[in-house]
Design a protein around this ligand. Structure first.
Ligand code: CO8
Length: 259
């Protein structure tokens, strides 16, 4: 597929996807969703690709939100009948392999929500996160009220949604929204380095680790612990479990089969 709103490149086992509408601060329109869905599906389906990084083009923004110009003339029936924003769940969140959001500049509204769909966020020191939808007479529609609250707790999420104020990178790190902060000019290189480290892991184990941590956000402790145990037990049936443990005992690096 040829893309117009994103760039996709492969660096070894890592797929780098760049939102590429810098003139609109990478605002997320329907075409971006269609293209991101295709890119994430292709990444998931390619056995040679083992981790992905999503970032924004330009220094100013990861993404300044859902495209307001696309939404301005739509009415409630349009949003309801098109089940607006549901495609983000099926097209992006459903990705089974790990991916990292590398955020510099604004991650506002849908941009913040897209970053929070990632398995984790690495932030540049320039990053600013916010859910300013209230200023437009609406509210988050791509998961912001739920994922932000789970990430930073009720007090900060509520304040951000009700006032529309932004959180800078330092506050985002303190609050647990991002895993760490790096210098803006090192952001993509650092994210790719982290992605290469993940890509070097046994791939089924990476997928299972991702699934396990995500389950912690979606179920109660007893169910989560049971699911963890069952997934752990399934992993022990893989060739990579045999190889990983044998390689440890033999004091050599593991060579992964991916099954
Ligand atoms: N959508 C469309 N275009 C945008 C967006 C956006 N979200 N953000 C910026 N742009 C465009 C601007 O219109 C401008 O284009 P042009 O030059 O053609 O006028 C260009 O990007 C540059 O933007 P600015 O000139 O505004 O740049 P500034 O540096 O002055 O300001 C800001 C940067 C502060 C980021 C500012 O652009 C801004 O406030 N953007 C909007 C942020 C926002 O409100 N985001 C939330 C959008 S709504 C959403 O994401 C979810 C909605 C859920 C609705 C649920 C309904 C069912």
């Amino acid at each position: 597929m040829t893309y117009e709103t994103i760039l996709v490149e492969q660096q070894g086992a890592v797929t780098l996807i760049t939102l590429n509408r810098p003139q609109a601060l990478n605002a997320l329109n329907s075409q971006v969703l269609t293209e991101l869905t295709a890119a994430f599906n292709a990444y998931d389906a390619d056995p040679k690709q083992r981790c992905a990084v999503l970032t924004g083009s330009g220094e100013k923004a990861f993404a300044a939100g859902a495209d307001i110009k696309e939404m301005v003339d739509k009415d409630a029936a349009d949003f309801f009948l098109q089940d607006f924003f549901s495609g983000w769940q099926t097209g992006v969140v459903a990705t089974r392999k790990p991916w990292i959001a590398a955020v510099a500049g604004f991650a506002l509204g849908g941009g913040c929500e897209l970053a929070m769909m990632a398995d984790f966020i690495i932030a540049a020191d320039t990053a600013k996160f916010g859910q300013p939808e209230i200023k437009l007479g609406v509210a988050p529609g791509m998961g912001g009220s739920q994922r932000l609250t789970r990430a930073v707790g009720k007090a900060k999420a509520m304040e951000m949604c009700l006032t529309g104020r932004n959180m800078d990178a330092a506050e985002a790190e303190r609050s647990g929204l991002v895993s760490r902060i790096v210098a803006a000019d090192q952001l993509v290189a650092e994210a790719l380095k982290t992605a290469q480290a993940i890509a070097a892991m046994p791939p089924m184990a990476a997928m299972v680790n991702k699934e396990m941590v995500n389950i912690a956000f979606e179920t109660n402790l007893a169910q989560g612990l049971l699911t963890e145990r069952r997934l752990f037990q399934i992993l022990t049936a893989t060739q990579d479990k045999k190889e990983g443990m044998t390689a440890f005992v033999e004091k050599r690096p593991g060579v992964w089969k991916g099954r």
